[in-house]
Design a protein around this ligand. Structure first.
Ligand SMILES: NC(=O)c1ccc[n+]([C@@H]2O[C@H](COP(=O)([O-])OP(=O)(O)OC[C@H]3O[C@@H](n4cnc5c(N)ncnc54)[C@H](OP(=O)(O)O)[C@@H]3O)[C@@H](O)[C@H]2O)c1
Length: 295
């Protein structure tokens, strides 16, 4: 299949490498051109502009920072919708508020194209292996077109409702994860006087009822941060964690509710971002908290 990816950041690049490995023809574009190099080396065509990606592709995938990036990339003067788009299928995978995807779907429809949203659970490793968890929203007919491709990117695809439903589900699944990073940091602080080897300590915590699944996949990185060792490549930056939490809080407020635990986690993580950790991997957050006040 001829597939386009506009936005080859960490997730876009990882998804692209998965699609190339399956034999799809890939055309890519990224605002910062250097970030297309790895995919180009793996066989992707690099387009000169977003409309060129659309022209070269049957399906166009986007997974971008936030709502502003979506607006610029789709609706800008040289955006994805600035040229011919009739008949194309767009799969929008960014983590944003449901209303952003609803508004985008309307614009895409006006161009005679279709949109399915499918934000994902799982980070760059699962993306490279086709093991993401997709939370899809869209019309049944559009979803039927998107599903075979989504199933090549995801270990599980849940079509949870119309456009906007996938985003709502994605925000919900990330909330306990981020709260957990903060809770883990606080637990590690209590453990500090034990002076246990960080890997052993993480292995003990991972094997208990209070553990989240994330400690099984990213516990090694947390242990490395605790030990002051190299924790590997950034998968999800702290700045994006803060963006997700702000998005969740905004959504809860729109529902007339509050999410005080998430609000509290955001305050702690914004403090980390202000302290220079914004571009580091999210796994630094619990380790940083545990080291606080260390004399
Ligand atoms: N990383 C993860 O583990 C993970 C997991 C699940 C979901 N997500 C979600 O997936 C999305 C992408 O995450 P990521 O980690 O891949 O982020 P990232 O590495 O920072 O990539 C963000 C992408 O958005 C592009 N972008 C941002 N602003 C733009 C603009 N104004 N115009 C055009 N392009 C713009 C960036 O282009 P440049 O390269 O030019 O900046 C880049 O291609 C986010 O919504 C995140 O919450 C991430």
């Amino acid at each position: 299949m001829k597939i386009g990816i506009a936005g080859t950041g960490r997730m876009g690049e990882a998804i692209g490498s998965r699609l190339i490995s399956l034999g799809h023809g890939l055309t890519v574009w990224n605002r910062t051109p250097e970030k297309t190099k790895a995919l180009a080396a793996a066989g992707a065509q690099v387009a000169a502009s977003p409309p060129e990606v659309v022209a070269a592709s049957e399906v166009v995938i986007t997974i971008l920072t936030d709502d502003k990036a979506i607006d610029v990339l789709y609706n800008g003067p040289h955006g994805l919708l600035s040229g011919a788009a009739a008949g194309k299928l767009f799969i929008e995978m960014s983590t944003v508020r449901p209303e952003i995807e609803v508004a985008l779907a309307e614009k895409v429809k006006q161009k005679g194209a279709a949109l399915v949203e499918c934000p994902v659970g799982g980070t760059t490793g699962p993306a490279r292996e086709g093991k993401l968890f997709g939370f899809a929203g869209g019309a049944d007919a559009d979803m039927a077109r998107a599903r075979p491709l989504l199933e090549q990117m995801c270990r599980r695809v849940e079509h949870v409702g119309p456009i906007g439903a996938g985003s709502r589900m994605k925000l919900a699944i990330n909330l306990p994860l981020y709260v957990y990073w903060q809770a883990l940091g606080e637990a590690l602080l209590l453990c500090r006087p034990l002076n246990l080897d960080p890997e052993r300590l993480l292995s003990i915590l991972a094997d208990t009822s209070g553990a989240a699944n994330a400690i099984k996949t990213r516990g090694g990185a947390v242990a490395a941060h605790l030990a002051g060792k190299d924790a590997g490549a950034v998968t999800m930056a702290v700045d994006l964690v803060c963006k997700d939490l702000r998005t969740m809080i905004g959504e809860a407020q729109a529902l007339g509710g509050r999410v005080p635990v998430a609000e509290s986690a955001l305050k702690c993580f914004e403090e980390a971002a202000r302290g220079g950790f914004g571009t580091q991997d999210q796994s630094v957050l619990p380790a940083r908290w545990a080291k606080q006040g260390k004399g």
